[in-house]
Structure formats: structure tokens, C-alpha cells
Design a binder for this molecule. Structure first.
Ligand code: GAL
Length: 446
């Protein structure tokens, strides 16, 4: 079965990568730190010495879900938590910034200072194993998996991505898809354009749109460019060679990778010129507002579109990123238990909700993701998410770079630096050479 193949390939990959990782340590992507947002529940980070006020128990949960679509998903799960644990005060320590670019820098400094939140959001895969497990910053949860019966309801294929040496380190709350092409159906119809299925069709469609004065592609700040890059690598190379990039089997210096990078370079020419100053929400909103035709973004965009009151198939349509049909490029948000958590009981209570059917059914339809659990009620989900469930169950599954699955933090950070330079100078040869070097210094390439 495809999923089994994925599991075995990635398991092997992670064994290799975790060895590499342990050798090279981890460097969080450095971005300016921000203060936690002020929300109804927000409070200043609690120091390990802080005692619950008036004997009231607490839990401090750290994430980057503050923005459009994302905060609402988190709030839905907090509501379930509050109903089940009315005596535990929930401290929402979310830090703004898509893909956790700011939050992860804040978290890294808190962890370094010995001031961990009780539980935080981490991606299944190398982000979790290569950073937090490697740094002994989180505790295994096998007992909780046992008592909650989670091994029976969490996908078999996910467990290796959150485990090391038989210990399970996080509670996955969802499955997101990265390789989604969002489009404005009216713009395509007005210009007689079919939804592209290959990269060449996509270029032809965008040439026609550009000639007609329409912005073909909406793009945002740098991490959204890495997100676009990973989908184009997949769309150009196919799933096997894409997986090989992360296992060391595919040569980053090969002509095939060069074609992918040239495709990426060409794609950037179709994008809005102010991308550097736009969040992912700003960029995806261009599409639903009719100001741009296409946007590549994970399916959290769907949660945002719904929050904006937009209608599926009318205000927005979706398809796999051209060239990636039949492949589901995935990521999974999960929550961990901090080593030295100031409120371990509160953290366990939160994790129980995060892994529960009620918690996941409340969270995912709003967040724009499907449950990590396999037993959620499908009828709670809209048309897009039902299609994602079918694809998750039947497609070849590969992992995301930008969202922590396939590369450890130091490798990802080197790729990010190379990407930043490339966005400035547009030199494909230099970009490719830097990617070859990154795989040698932080990845599995010899
Ligand atoms: C991802 C995360 C998603 C969503 C997205 C945009 O890294 O897994 O849940 O939050 O960033 O912020």
C-alpha cells in the first residue's frame, strides 16, 4: 500500500536524519522575537517558579495560531478544554506569525532560559525529533497513548514521525495538506482558462492572465516562497525523487533539480511585487477578493476563507498544485509535554483534549484541516475537507519541508538562507550550489 511505502521510506529517512541531527544540533530559524499576543485568555509567560493563583490550576499552551482562521480553530478546542476542565485556567501564549517563524524563535529563547510553556505546538517529523527530542526538551507520552487508547485511533503511518526509540513524543491534532492550488473560479471562467494540471499548463494560463492585466499568482512573505518551492520541487520531480531529496538518494545538483528551480524562478515572475510585505492571509485573500488568480497555500487557507464568509466553488476553488496530482504533501500539528513543565497536570489535561475525538472534531473543521484521529465524523466537515480526507486515504503521501516534516531545523535554515539570496539575485546556478552545500552540511548528502 502507498501509505505503508511512505511509512517505511520515511522511517528509514528519519533514522538517517536523526543520526545526522544529533551530530549537528539544531538552530531555530531566527526571526525577530515578538511578544505573545493579548487575547482574552492571554497572560504573560509563567516562570517555572510561579504558583497557581488562589490554588487554581493552570496550563500555558504555546502556538502561533493568532491570525485569520487559525485563532478560531484554537478557540474551538479551548472551549472543549474549558468545558471538561473548568478548574484549570487556560493561558494562551500564542505568538503571531504564519508558519511559526516568530513563535519558534520566542520558544527557542524561552527553552534556552529554562522557562518552557507547559505544552507547545510542534510539527510531526524532523522539527519534533530533530529539535525537541534531540534537545531533551520534551517527555515521552506512551502512558497517555495507552490510557487514552490512541494507538488504535491515530494513523499507523504518523506514529514513527513522532517517535524515537519506541517512545512517542507528541499528540497530533490534525493533518494539513501543503500542495493545494487555490484559484478564483470567476477569473478563470472569464478568461476561458481551465484549472491547470501540469506546470506547463499553469505557465500558459498565467501568461494569458498576465497579458489580460490580471495578477496571476498571489504570494506572501519568505516562508510562503519556501512553501511554493517545496510544491514545485514535488511537481517537477515527482514523489519518489522528491523523497530522495531528503534521504540523500536524489542529487540536489542534478539537471532535474535545476529544471525544478528554473520552474520556481519562472513562477516568481508571475507574482505580485509586494509579496515580501504580505502575510499568508493577505496573499490568499487576493484570490478570494478577485485580485489575483492563483495562490499556493496549505489548507489552513480554507479555514480563513470560511471565516471570511466565502463560498467554496464560488469564491474559491482548489486543485493539487500542477504536477502533484495523486500526491498528498502533508504536515501535522502536534502538542508536546515540556520537560520541566511548571504545570504538568494541566499539560496532561490539555493533551487529553488535543487527542480526543471531541477536541479534534471541534478544532479541525474550523482550522481547515482533517483530524489526525481516524474516527472523526466526516459529516462535520465541508466539501474541501471531505475531498482532503479522500486524498489522504488514497494518495501517495510525502512530507513538507516548510512545516517541519522532512528536514531538521539547521538544514531548513540553510535552505531558507539560500532562498532569501535567490529571491534577491535570481541566480539559479548559485541557488542550486547553495542547496547542494546545505544537504552536505546539514542533510544526508556526503
Ligand atoms: C503551519 C501550521 C499550520 C498553520 C500554518 C500557517 O506551519 O502547521 O497549522 O498554522 O503554519 O500559520
Amino acid at each position: 500500500m502507498k501509505m505503508k511505502r511512505f511509512s517505511l521510506t520515511l522511517l528509514g529517512l528519519f533514522v538517517i536524519l536523526s543520526v545526522v541531527l544529533t551530530a549537528c544540533g539544531s538552530t531555530p530559524t531566527a526571526t525577530p522575537a515578538q511578544q505573545p499576543v493579548a487575547t482574552e485568555e492571554a497572560a504573560q509567560p509563567t516562570s517555572p517558579a510561579t504558583q497557581p493563583s488562589g490554588g487554581k490550576q493552570q496550563v500555558e499552551v504555546f502556538s502561533w495560531w493568532t491570525g485569520g482562521g487559525e485563532a478560531a480553530g484554537l478557540e474551538a478546542m479551548i472551549k472543549v478544554f474549558k468545558a471538561q476542565y473548568p478548574d484549570i485556567e487556560f493561558i494562551n501564549a500564542a505568538v503571531a506569525g504564519g508558519a511559526g517563524t516568530n513563535a519558534r524563535a520566542v520558544l527557542a529563547s524561552r527553552l534556552q532560559a529554562g522557562d518552557p510553556p507547559d505544552s507547545w505546538q510542534g510539527h510531526a517529523g524532523q522539527e519534533l525529533i530533530g529539535t525537541y527530542v534531540a534537545g531533551n526538551q520534551i517527555l515521552p507520552l506512551n502512558d497517555l497513548y495507552e490510557s487514552e487508547g490512541w494507538l488504535k485511533v491515530m494513523p499507523e503511518t504518523l506514529i514513527p514521525l513522532i517517535s524515537q526509540d519506541g517512545k512517542i513524543y507528541s499528540v497530533p491534532v490534525n493533518i494539513h495538506r501543503a500542495n493545494v492550488l487555490w484559484y478564483n473560479p470567476k477569473i478563470l471562467k472569464d478568461h476561458n482558462i481551465n484549472v491547470p494540471t501540469t506546470i506547463d499548463e499553469w505557465f500558459a494560463a498565467m501568461d494569458a492572465l498576465k497579458a489580460a492585466g490580471v495578477t496571476p499568482l498571489a504570494l506572501g512573505e519568505q516562508w510562503t516562497k519556501m512553501h511554493l518551492l517545496e510544491t514545485v520541487l514535488l511537481g517537477t520531480l515527482g514523489p519518489e525523487a522528491y523523497n530522495g531529496l531528503w534521504s540523500g538518494k536524489t542529487d540536489w545538483g542534478s539537471p532535474e533539480v535545476k529544471v525544478a528551480l528554473e520552474n520556481f524562478a519562472k513562477l516568481l515572475t508571475y507574482a505580485n511585487s509586494d509579496s515580501a510585505s504580505l502575510s499568508w492571509q493577505d496573499a490568499s485573500q487576493l484570490v478570494v477578493n478577485g485580485d489575483a488568480a492563483f495562490n499556493v497555500m496549505g489548507d489552513w487557507a480554507e479555514g480563513y476563507f470560511r471565516e471570511l464568509g466565502k463560498t467554496p466553488q464560488v469564491d474559491y476553488g482548489w486543485a493539487p498544485v500542477p504536477g502533484t496530482s495523486g500526491t498528498f504533501q502533508f504536515l501535522s500539528d502536534s502538542f508536546v509535554l515540556a520537560a520541566g513543565a511548571p504545570h504538568p497536570d494541566g499539560a496532561i489535561a490539555w493533551l487529553k483534549v488535543a487527542g480526543s475525538k471531541a477536541g479534534q472534531e471541534a478544532f479541525n473543521p474550523v482550522k481547515g484541516s482533517i483530524c489526525a484521529r481516524t474516527d472523526c465524523d466526516k459529516s462535520l466537515f465541508g466539501e474541501y475537507l471531505q475531498s482532503a480526507m479522500n486524498d489522504w486515504a488514497t494518495n501517495t503521501v510525502v512530507g513538507s519541508l516548510t512545516h517541519g516534516v522532512v528536514a531538521n531545523d539547521s538544514w531548513k535554515s540553510e535552505i531558507d538562507t539560500a532562498l532569501g539570496l535567490f529571491v534577491q539575485d535570481g541566480n539559479v546556478n548559485n541557488f542550486q550550489a547553495a542547496l547542494v552545500a546545505a544537504c552536505k552540511s546539514s542533510g544526508p548528502c556526503k
